[in-house]
Design a protein around this ligand. Structure first.
Ligand code: ADP
Ligand code: ADP
Ligand code: MG
Length: 662
């Protein structure tokens, strides 16, 4: 038995913060390591010690085995917690940690090795009569032979990387003629991500459910299960929403799947936390997919329904305790209630989304009953392109599944993230769908039920709100107070702003590449674009504070003004607007609003307000993806306004300065 007193966390973001939370409660000291891109993340401040690593790429930082172990030794840690992703399933890392005389908080490296390769783990499972997805995992001498095997299995098939993970290196193939192209691309992706291009073939089970079982083993040979999770809501084979327990499964099947998971664990002498994943067809036949030998992203839903802290269990097992010594009253708790986790991702687009990057201009979560918010980010953090796009997890819990879904919807609306796009709308559509509500989920859910809607959000309403926000100039981005209209927060409740301001000139506002012209006369907003003219009467609104507008019906709209950009969030709808200045209306080159086409950081500003610049003069230097870009004047002009300072993070399409033609 070795008491663990200090842990190095070899991970970042949400999961690093999560692990620190438990360590604080257990009075265990923590050491964080962080890359340059993560230097202002909250986990860096939360840990007792934080050591910076040179670089931002994963391979120089969170994947640098030698460096991580040497930091753990220098800071006198007893143990390393790998979190999930990165090195958590790297048996070589686990072995090196042990060799350095440290405890690896996870299973023995031999178990990671045994389950790390999907082909090997399939074979192992077959040997103990666990049903695996029908497929071919033998050795062939040519791709043509592999095609023959695929034909024997029968299309559709799934080509999978043996070393795969995170939904990568996997291709569905529907017919013979696509086989070679898909094989090649699966191999290429596998080589890229896992430096190993060996693949195998499985029968593609059409629209199965993804059901997994949380297990725990200890060094005394005990293996227990902590129930199941349904992770069927997936996109590109990656989980989006997870819940525990899985809805609509018979008790008989549930018991069978628990026993199967336990025997899988026992056959490799499994210790610590692990997850056995299965696909399940309509008739509740289940097949082994893979085993993840680590803490899972979705572990909080299991914590909510058991009342256990899985990170604590991991630590205590690593210290040598038996699982029964750790569990309250020495036994596995009964399931209580139902829990749902939403993965909050920085991404653009509903289904065919791509990761987005940029600075979080405002983040707020107002906690409701049964809510748990596991976040890796706070206001001001920069979401970089270097890592996963998942920035936080929102977990909701109650006694019943229906109430949990209601809570999840309320919680999602109460999570405000301004400055960059997130998957709020996708999650909201999932939670509101009747099939989801009835628990009729499978991995084809998103494709079948979730489509971009054509109904345009109430754009006139938002444009009018933007006009109000802009015209009263609440404060500018650097906190310089504007004097024109100064609101005291106390008076704000009573101040209906829609009556009390005038737009002096016509305002031009850009939204999704459409420019709207807007002016207000009496109580009516006149909005035009493309020769169409609308008029709109804005309902009474009151300004609560610099980020918050209250509607008459009691709803709140959150906003944040940055330079000339206005970010809005109304429940799960998020929109970005850009105020165009008078000088920008001219068609000439880059007169007007100077913007960066990429998110980045301001390195230097070469001019000051009032300066006259000539064509070709440098204006601002920006560091973006490690490259320095100089934005230059394309005309002779006067610098009318500058909205940012050196070291500020900037987002795509935020106006940095305004030039005026001379
Ligand atoms: P799970 O079943 O836990 O979702 P995955 O196979 O999807 O398992 O792998 C975990 C996911 O976590 C991967 O998508 C990986 O890209 C992602 N990931 C790894 N490290 C981090 C991290 N530090 N922060 C956020 N996401 C991460
Ligand atoms: P990863 O290691 O990337 O998590 P998995 O083998 O766990 O890979 O598969 C990820 C997801 O892909 C599964 O949850 C499932 O939705 C889908 N999938 C994998 N194999 C099959 C299959 N043979 N038939 C149908 N769907 C599959
Ligand atoms: Mg998996």
């Amino acid at each position: 038995m070795q008491k663990i007193e200090k842990i190095l966390i070899s991970n970042r973001g949400e999961i690093a913060s999560r692990i620190i939370k438990t360590c604080k409660r257990l009075q265990i000291k923590t050491v964080a390591i962080y890359s340059e891109a993560d230097s202002n993340y909250s986990f860096v401040k939360e840990a007792e010690e934080a050591i910076s690593l040179i670089g931002s790429e994963s391979k120089e930082t969170y994947l640098n085995i030698e460096k991580i172990i040497s930091i753990a030794r220098q800071t006198k840690c007893d143990a390393i917690h790998p979190g999930y992703g990165f090195l958590s399933e790297n048996s070589n890392f686990a072995e090196e940690v042990e060799k350095a005389g440290l405890i690896f908080i996870g299973p023995h490296h031999s178990a990671i090795f045994a389950m790390g390769d999907k082909v090997e783990s399939r074979k192992k499972m077959k040997s103990i009569n666990v049903p695996v997805v029908p497929g071919f995992d033998g050795i062939v001498s040519s791709d043509t032979q592999l095609l023959e095997e695929a034909k024997k299995i029968g299309f559709p098939v799934m080509i999978k990387a043996s070393a795969g993970g995170g939904g990568r290196g996997m291709r569905k193939v529907f017919s013979e003629k696509e086989f070679f192209t898909d094989l090649e691309s699966a191999r290429r992706e596998a080589k890229n991500f896992f430096s190993n291009d060996s693949v195998f073939i499985e029968k593609y089970i059409v629209n199965p459910r993804h059901i997994e079982v949380q297990i725990f083993g200890d060094t005394k040979g005990n293996v227990i299960h902590l129930y199941d999770r349904d992770c069927s809501i997936q996109r590109r084979n990656q989980k989006v929403v997870e819940e525990a327990p899985a809805p609509n499964i018979s008790d008989k099947t549930r018991n069978e799947i628990y026993n199967t998971a336990i025997s899988a664990g026992k056959c490799i002498n499994y210790t610590n936390a692990g997850t056995v994943e299965f696909v399940m067809d309509e008739n509740e036949n289940f097949y082994f997919l893979e085993m993840n030998t680590r803490l899972q992203v979705e572990h909080p839903v299991t914590e909510m329904i058991t009342g256990l802290d899985l990170v604590e269990l991991q630590i205590r097992i690593s210290e040598g305790f038996s699982i029964y010594e750790i569990l309250p009253d020495g036994k596995v708790p009964e399931i209580r209630g139902s829990a749902i986790e939403l993965r909050i991702c920085a991404e653009e687009g509903l289904i065919d989304s791509k990761p987005s990057s940029g600075n979080i201009r405002y983040l707020n979560f107002s906690e409701n009953e049964g809510a748990r918010f596991d976040s890796g980010v706070i206001t001001g953090n920069n979401v970089s392109i270097y890592y996963d796009s998942m920035i936080a997890k929102l977990i909701s819990y109650s006694e019943s599944r229906n109430t949990t879904i209601e809570r999840a919807m309320t919680n999602l609306k109460a999570l405000i993230i301004l400055g960059l796009p997130t998957n709020h709308l996708l999650l909201d559509k999932i939670l509101s769908h009747s099939e989801f509500r009835e628990g009729k989920v499978n991995t084809g859910f998103l494709e079948k039920y979730i489509h971009p809607s054509n109904t345009k959000n109430d754009i006139l309403f938002y444009l009018s709100i933007c006009a109000v926000i802009h015209s009263i100039k609440i404060h500018d981005l650097m906190g310089r107070a504007f004097s024109e209209i100064h609101f005291e927060p106390k008076i704000l409740d009573k101040c209906y702003v829609s009556d009390s301001f005038e737009i002096k000139n016509t305002l031009k506002i850009k939204h999704e590449n459409i420019v709207y012209s807007i002016y207000k006369e009496n109580d009516i907003f006149y909005i035009t674009h493309d020769n169409e003219k609308y008029h709109y009467v804005l309902p009474k609104i009151s300004l609560l504070n610099e980020n918050n507008i209250l509607l008459e019906n009691g709803e709140k709209i959150y906003f944040c003004k940055y330079g000339l950009n206005i970010y809005l969030q109304n429940n799960c709808i998020k929109e970005t607007f850009q105020i165009l200045t008078e000088s920008n209306s001219s068609k000439s080159k880059n007169s007007g609003n100077i913007q960066s086409s990429m998110p980045g950081k301001i390195i230097s500003i070469h001019v000051k307000k009032g300066d006259t610049v000539n064509e070709g003069d440098p204006l601002i230097s920006i560091e973006s993806m490690k490259m320095e870009n100089i934005i230059r004047a394309e005309i002779n002009a006067k610098v009318e306004d500058i909205f940012f300072s050196v070291n500020n993070q900037i987002n795509t399409e935020e106006t940095l300065m305004i030039l005026k033609n001379i």
